[in-house]
Design a protein around this ligand. Structure first.
Ligand code: IMP
Length: 427
């Protein structure tokens, strides 16, 4: 019996979807614990290619119960659309449950996200404009609407009445926009509640029971450690906790339930949106990584910023998450590189440091200290065992392990399930 958390060790888009999909064959429950439809997971399996935003990647295994936990923020319209698309491809959604305590993204959250981003001008964060910041802000301010509220006419009306009034005051007075119509929102969301009712439940209990029964449970992180609200490159972060602590508060599982943490990192780094990224490349190397790695956002289609593996940030992520194994994804994207670089330290003023800075100002002033390793310049796509990798690729992975101080358990060499090297079983 294992409760395994799969956490992003970089700035999101590490390929967690594929790793979760791979590991679900041994899991009985897969649970999302934070974020919303700002996340985008691409899953390629024998049933097809799927782009998921909210539904856990475990949905393709008929024996797996999938949970959208209380820490997730749900846009019900988008969830229903995603469910309909999956159903159309023959995937059953009978085992999908949404926490009654998950907060609901409402139309003004999307509008607010957009207006606030525009208002920030030069210092905009580059959000996905999915209403994530505003909905988490309302949750903390205790103004929010939760999934259970969609199931009760009176409760929904009373929660919405005050909230819409407050939002309309801001929309009309601060932004000069027309007010939103309470009744329209009420009717629309009541209908979403009606459609989602069979799925809305106390997900904490399902998880607790599964844990007590000794079932394998997989906790699926969205975004990545460097986007964590507290420990990321604030303010260029998301508004949730993608680190392992978020799994406890976002699901109601006690910390001692989580026995293993698998941290997923790409063999290089990417970031979408603004903010510090010390090992970023801007020239030809970035274009090569972007094109070979198809580094365009699943959610927004934006080209991702690309650079080399950042071992300083990865080591920090290991400490924060207590990671005990690494999954290195997209190794094949480096197949043609004559030289592969690893950022092994940061230069800050005249010194070289091995830890991440504590302020945005310092973050913005560090420059990478690279170790250059010879590339392997041949395809790794067909390789299925670590020792069959070209010598240089083995040396690259070994150096990552040394710098990050955690063993590599999985290496992904292509998008398909079979394009994977499994060194150590995690369940
Ligand atoms: P938000 O989560 O939409 O508020 O966006 C805040 C920051 O997190 C922006 O820089 C986004 O690009 C980034 N972000 C949010 N979700 C993801 C994701 O799933 N992958 C990568 N970056 C993300």
């Amino acid at each position: 019996m294992t409760v395994l958390a799969v956490i992003g060790g970089q700035w999101g888009d590490e390929g967690k979807g594929k790793i979760v999909d791979l590991l679900t064959s041994r899991a009985r429950v897969v649970a999302r614990f934070q974020g919303g439809d700002n996340a985008g997971h691409t899953v390629v399996n024998p049933k097809g290619t799927f782009r998921m935003h909210l539904v856990p990647s475990g949905i393709f295994n008929p024996e797996v119960t999938c949970i959208i936990g209380n820490g997730v923020v749900v846009n019900p319209k988008r969830l229903l659309e995603e469910m309909a698309a999956l159903r159309e491809q023959g995937i059953s959604l009978d085992r999908l449950y949404v926490s009654e305590a998950a907060h609901v993204i409402l139309p003004f959250h999307l509008l607010q996200d957009e207006l606030e981003e525009e208002g920030r001008g030069q210092i905009s964060l580059g959000t996905t404009r999915r209403g994530i910041g505003p909905v988490y802000a309302d949750k903390a301010a205790r103004l929010g609407v939760r999934m259970a509220d969609l199931l009760d006419e009176e409760v929904l009306l009373s929660r919405l009445t005050y909230l819409v009034q407050t939002k309309n005051a801001v929309l009309t007075h601060l932004y000069g926009r027309s007010p939103l119509l309470l009744h329209d929102i009420y009717l629309e969301y009541l209908e979403y509640g009606r459609q989602l009712a069979p799925h809305i439940t106390d997900t904490r209990r399902i998880l607790y029971q599964a844990w007590e029964e000794g079932k394998n449970i997989l906790l699926e992180g969205a975004q990545g450690t460097m986007l964590d609200l507290d420990f990321g490159t604030y303010p260029y972060v998301t508004s949730s906790s993608p680190t392992v602590g978020g799994a406890c508060t976002g699901l109601g599982l006690p910390p001692r339930a989580i026995q293993r943490v698998l941290m997923v990192c790409k063999a290089y780094c990417t970031r979408v949106g603004a903010g510090p990224f010390p090992s970023e490349e801007e020239g030809e190397a970035a274009s090569r990584l972007r094109e070979r790695g198809h580094e365009y956002g699943t959610t927004t289609g934006r080209p991702r910023r690309c650079g080399w593996f950042d071992a300083v940030a990865a080591r920090y992520a290991v400490e924060l998450n207590g990671a005990d194994a690494l999954a290195i994804t997209k190794l094949d994207v480096l197949d043609e590189e004559p030289v592969v670089r690893i950022c092994a330290g940061y230069r800050l003023n005249d010194a070289v440091v091995w830890h991440v800075p504590h302020s945005l100002l310092l973050w913005q002033s560090v420059t990478p200290v690279y170790e250059d390793l010879p590339g392997w310049q041949c395809s790794t796509r067909e390789v299925r065992a670590l020792e069959d990798l070209p010598e240089q690729a083995q040396a690259f992975l070994q150096r990552l392990e040394e710098l990050v101080e955690v063993p590599v358990a999985i290496v992904s060499v292509g998008p398909g399930r079979e394009e994977t090297i499994i060194r150590k079983a995690l369940f």
